[in-house]
Design a protein. Structure first.
Ligand SMILES: Nc1ncnc2c1ncn2[C@@H]1O[C@H](COP(=O)(O)OP(=O)(O)OP(=O)(O)O)[C@@H](O)[C@H]1O
Ligand SMILES: Nc1nc2c(ncn2[C@@H]2O[C@H](COP(=O)(O)O)[C@@H](O)[C@H]2O)c(=O)[nH]1
Length: 186
């Protein structure tokens, strides 16, 4: 099976930003598009940024065993569809999963060979600034995400690799080094 890379860490730490940079540097690497019950943000497209599902549609897929992992996060549901992952890995295409910590733990159980990377903020204050600065979440949601982040940050040592996302370019380079070293040609 092709390599699976799990990129986890608190909301706002920069996972999506790092992954966008990574995909442009590592040829052949693809992102698995997650499913969620949260509403699309301005500019987000169904099937591109997420598969946007209703609660009923999500629950039906849970019952059908369609998820590799799924979790409740900040009042919404998120999950990795088996179809998204397997259609890539079956064809030998390495895949990145951008997921929160509960989901990453599930993947560690079901896919023990997956490479797990935890992205660490330079400080909790920087994390707050990034979440507020992104401007996508209400202040209540930012507070909920920061509360979850406190707990998530205590889990960093569970993960095989940790990358501090302080200066973006440095973090992208470190992440690329990890990914290249874990690919068959690395
Ligand atoms: N190294 C960095 N320095 C400063 N700002 C950054 C850095 N990396 C990312 N950001 C900014 O922080 C904000 C959050 O980044 P991003 O959306 O990539 O986080 P995320 O971890 O993917 O969040 P979520 O888990 O909620 O999807 C964005 O506005 C992004 O531009
Ligand atoms: N367990 C999973 N977590 C996921 C998945 N896709 C995204 N996420 C994580 O959820 C939070 C919130 O995301 P946002 O887009 O609302 O900011 C964040 O930590 C994502 O990484 C998934 O498939 N499974």
């Amino acid at each position: 099976m092709a390599r699976v890379f799990v990129i986890t860490g608190p909301s706002g730490v920069g996972k999506g930003t790092l992954i966008r940079n990574l995909l442009s540097r590592v040829s052949g690497l693809e992102l698995s598009v997650s499913a969620t019950t949260r509403k699309p943000r301005p500019g987000e497209e169904d099937g591109v940024h997420y598969h946007f599902l209703t609660d009923e549609q999500f629950e039906e897929r849970v019952r059908d065993g369609a998820f590799v992992e799924h979790a409740d996060y900040s009042g919404r549901r998120y999950g990795t569809l088996r179809s998204e992952l397997e259609r890539r890995t079956a064809g030998g295409v390495p895949v990145v999963l951008e997921i929160e910590v509960q989901g990453a733990r599930q993947v560690r159980e079901t896919l023990p060979d997956a490479v797990q990377v935890f992205i660490v903020p330079p400080s909790e204050e920087a994390l707050r600034e990034r979440l507020v600065g992104r401007g996508t979440d209400s202040s209540d949601d930012v507070e909920r995400r920061l509360k979850v982040a406190e707990e998530e940050l205590t889990a960093r040592d569970e993960f095989q690799y940790q990358v501090v996302n302080d200066r973006l370019e440095d973090a992208v380079e470190e992440l690329e080094r990890i990914v290249q070293s874990e690919l068959p040609t690395g």
